[in-house]
Design a protein around this ligand. Structure first.
Ligand code: DMJ
Length: 669
């Protein structure tokens, strides 16, 4: 206020300053004496009560000041300590600090909705009686900036560092095994939780290699030679591109993402091809870019690229591959933004947009139900639940859908309505095949607790037996045909030959023994699809004879189906059968097939080619294309089939995705 009167003596504070007292005649009077006098005069004018109140307020302010100074000091203190700690960690374990935090985000709290998944998946917070886990600050991977393929010797140096670090916190050591194939049962990794916890270590870092390596045999050497020959062509004429065209000595692009190179990474690791692996790794580090305006197929890029990167991360322990896996995983997520949450078939990974094929709003059933192993593993590794949530939702939805026939699913599903479409056609071949495979494999991946998956799998196999199983003439080969609107067709895709391997895997995991019997019968049929053909190579599709006719074999081939794309399914099943039975005939059958590939599909200047006519050895009509799965799957399964080392990708510790990329089985809670 500015009242010029003398202050009233009342019991409230009123400080009155006249302008003259503040600004003296002739301007602002700044002398100290004047100011002191002025203050003293004003103080005297106050009542005793007013003076006491002012003194009390000053005292109170002083006390508050002291208190707040003390508490503000704490954050400053901890901030300073933290940065000191950081510097110390870097100095003591050089490079180690960077590997994990740069790649793996801090674990996140689960969304409340994930509670819904408790029944579906074993998502209780894990008890870890035998997981040897160091504190998260020490869950460090070795630096991989200039990674080299590890020999046991190379490995041991990295391991020493880890062991040293872990010893300090009194935990037991982790050992990376050469080829990463060995994980002791009590060291395999644990399942995801609805509360997705801390990010996971790669399997290789938890492995303990205690055995002498099993020497590589002649047949395995032949596979290595075949791989090198294929790689030579790819390297020379298609390096960094999707597929080799070995005859025209050029390449073809599908997604423009170096598909063959990525698909082949873990094969090189398993085959022990150090140099090749290292140069491929360099390409991934320097040239693989996902920020591209390109449409990719969700399923194909998941099983080949995401799957390939994840398994290579597990085998090598190299965080580069996890980083890339995370990148592509995130870029694929827009596919799930549909009215039904059934994903679209295609995603533009640069723009972050997704769409169905131009002619329909349907997706393929096998495609939307065969991306789960990879996305679930990505969630487990990163601690980010969104990947698992998206794919689990698809499975839960498909589980409840009507339109199945005794567990057999139609081939299409609509992304708007979420309903099956084109009802009435049932096959275990193209567009449905890996739905069945992933039912079993997801159940195995998560520790055999997701009962809905198992139920769907068991029901489906009963459906196969009831509706699709027949025997051919004259050899009485058991085969899986198709059902179209009530009519049985004796047609079987080569793709169906994944089934014996899957059945055997189920039996190995405790399912009924007659699945194994069926597997034995079917794998023989698949072998006959090669053996009964002039080139010793199976066509893409066969028709079986249901009635004996003079001069006719069991297998008939239509002109449009005579091609062979170097597919893996039969060799894959032979591998499972040999692993579980030890019967050498499976190795011998695989050996015959390898020789046929070498005889009819090998291109002298490097690479192998698909052919159009398996029936005419003198007119093979090469298609001039080497599919990425020849290196990713076919040769890998060959090598594993010929191996007598059950720890070379131990099937109790790893589950193969549908592109032959091994992912760890999660440790039961
Ligand atoms: C691969 O991409 C996968 O095995 C897929 O499941 C089916 N087709 C090819 C191999 O034939």
């Amino acid at each position: 206020s500015a009242a010029p009167t003398s202050p009233p003596r009342r019991d409230f504070i009123s400080v009155t300053l006249s302008p003259e007292e503040v600004v003296g005649v002739g301007g602002y009077n700044n002398s100290k004496a004047w100011r002191r006098r002025f203050c003293w005069r004003k103080w005297k004018q106050l009542s005793r009560l007013q003076r006491s109140i002012i003194l009390f307020l000053i005292a109170a302010l002083a006390v508050c000041g002291v208190i707040s100074c003390t508490s503000m000091g704490e954050p400053w203190k901890s901030l300073t300590n933290k940065s000191l700690d950081d510097r110390r960690t870097e100095a003591e374990i050089p490079g180690l600090k960077l590997a994990n935090p740069a790649v793996l985000p801090a674990p996140q709290k689960a969304d409340a909705n994930l509670g819904d998944y408790a029944e579906l998946s074993p998502q209780k917070p894990p008890k870890l009686p035998h997981v040897r886990r160091s504190p998260s600050s020490l869950q460090l991977k070795p630096p991989r900036r200039d990674v080299k393929l590890k020999t046991r010797h190379d490995t041991s140096r990295i391991v020493e560092k880890l062991v040293q670090a872990e010893k300090e916190v009194k935990t037991e050591k982790s050992v990376i095994s050469w080829r990463g194939a060995v994980i002791e049962p009590d060291q395999s990794t644990e399942p995801p939780s609805s509360k997705i916890k801390e990010p996971e270590k790669p399997s290789s870092l938890e492995a303990e290699d205690q055995k002498e390596p099993v020497p590589i045999n002649e047949r395995q050497l032949a596979v290595i030679e075949a791989f090198r020959h294929a790689w030579k062509g790819y390297k020379e004429f298609a390096w960094g591109h999707d597929e080799l065209k070995p005859l025209s000595k050029s390449y073809s692009e599908w997604f423009g993402l170096g598909l063959t190179l990525i698909d082949a990474l873990d094969t090189m690791w398993i085959l022990g091809l150090k140099e090749e692996f290292e140069e491929a790794r360099k390409w991934i580090a320097n040239d693989l870019v996902f920020d591209k305006n390109v449409d990719v197929n969700l399923f194909e890029s998941t099983i080949r690229i995401l799957g390939g990167l994840l398994s290579t991360y597990h085998l090598s322990g190299d965080s580069l591959f996890l980083e890339k896996a995370k990148d592509i995983g995130n870029r694929l997520m827009p596919a799930f933004k549909t009215p039904s949450k059934i994903p679209y078939s295609d995603v533009n990974i640069g723009r972050g947009t997704a769409h169905p094929p131009r002619w329909t709003s349907d997706s393929t059933v096998a495609e939307v139900t065969s991306i789960q192993l990879e996305f679930r593993e990505l969630s487990r590794l990163t601690g980010d639940e969104k990947f698992q949530k998206a794919v689990d939702e698809v499975m839960k939805h498909v589980h409840t859908l009507s339109g199945k026939k005794d567990g057999l699913v139609p081939m299409f599903i609509n992304t708007n309505s979420g309903q099956f479409t084109h009802l009435g056609v049932y096959t275990l071949g193209a567009r449905a095949d890996s739905y069945y495979e992933y039912l079993l494999k997801q159940w195995i991946q998560s520790g055999k607790k997701e009962n809905e998956l198992l139920e769907d799998y068991m029901r489906a196999i009963e459906g196969v037996k009831k509706h699709l199983l027949q025997r051919s003439q004259p050899k009485k080969l058991t085969f899986v045909g198709e059902l179209a609107h009530g009519h049985f067709s004796a047609k079987m895709d080569h793709l169906v030959c994944f089934l014996p391997g899957t059945l055997a895997l189920g039996a190995h995991n405790g399912l009924t023994a007659d699945h194994m019997k069926l597997a034995e019968a079917l794998v023989e049929t698949c072998y006959q699809m090669y053996a009964q053909v002039a080139t010793g190579l199976s066509p893409e599709i066969v028709h079986f004879n249901l009635h004996a006719q003079k001069g006719h074999k069991d297998v008939e081939i239509k002109p449009a189906d005579r091609h062979n794309l170097l597919r893996p399914e039969t060799v894959e099943s032979l591998f499972y059968m040999y692993r579980f039975t030890g019967d050498k005939k499976y190795q011998d059958w695989g050996w015959e097939i390898l020789q046929s590939f070498n005889k009819y599909t090998r291109v002298p200047t490097g690479g192998y080619t698909s052919i159009n006519n398996v029936e005419n050895p003198s007119s093979l009509e090469p298609r001039d294309k080497m599919e990425s799965f020849f290196l990713g799957e076919t040769l890998k399964y060959m090598f594993l089939l010929f191996s007598d080392d059950i720890d070379l990708i131990n099937l109790d510790k790893f589950v193969f995705n549908t592109e032959a990329h091994p992912l760890p089985i999660w440790l039961p809670a």
